[in-house]
Write a protein that binds this ligand. Structure first.
Ligand SMILES: [Fe+2]
Length: 181
């Protein structure tokens, strides 16, 4: 189930846990984060190609491409047998920013985003059917878990924009990882 947990950033104290999708969307909207549910226009399987995946969500993808002037999109997937899963997970576990929007739509599986806004941290467990956007220059981190399993559509304005710039703050260590969330 998609879940939002809101914490105090300095103490890690949990303030609120929400599973209602509309409530999650409205809490996140207040900090400039977009959270939506998308429906596939046609059924997909585990073996669907990148083009088939994008075609199934074409109307939603096109709407965002137009609204934010995204230049490209692709489909990325990770599975628990991936040989580099430890290194890939580690790459996004510390607080960082990007100069580009980070937009992910979960075609399959799940992933855990944390967004650090002012004195609060928003932990968002995204599930199949969830779209999340992390605004540019917003402090965040992402945990795919020890055994990552997801397929996501990503949208980009520039290929260079989506490079992690670490803040050097170890704040992420105060919050639950994927397995504990
Ligand atoms: Fe990121």
């Amino acid at each position: 189930m998609s879940t939002l947990k809101i914490y105090r950033d300095n103490s890690g104290e949990a303030l609120e846990a929400v599973t209602n999708h509309d409530t999650i969307a409205s809490r996140l909207h207040s900090i400039g984060v977009r959270f939506e549910r998308w429906q596939a226009a046609q059924p997909l399987t585990k073996d669907s190609t990148q083009d088939e995946v994008i075609a199934a969500y074409k109307s939603s993808v096109d709407r965002l491409m137009k609204e934010y002037d995204f230049k490209s999109c692709d489909v990325v997937s990770l599975h628990p047998q991936h040989p580099d899963k430890v290194a890939l997970r580690k790459k996004f576990l510390d607080e960082h920013i990007h100069t580009d929007f980070e937009v992910r739509f979960f075609v399959e599986g799940k992933g855990l985003f944390f967004i650090h806004d002012q004195d609060k941290v928003y932990g968002i467990l995204c599930e199949q059917g969830d779209l999340i956007s992390v605004p540019a220059n917003t402090k965040h981190w992402f945990d795919m878990g020890e055994n990552p399993a997801f397929k996501c559509i990503r949208l980009f304005t520039t290929p260079e924009g989506w490079v992690a710039q670490y803040t050097g703050d170890k704040v992420a260590d105060k919050f639950p990882r994927f397995e504990q969330f």
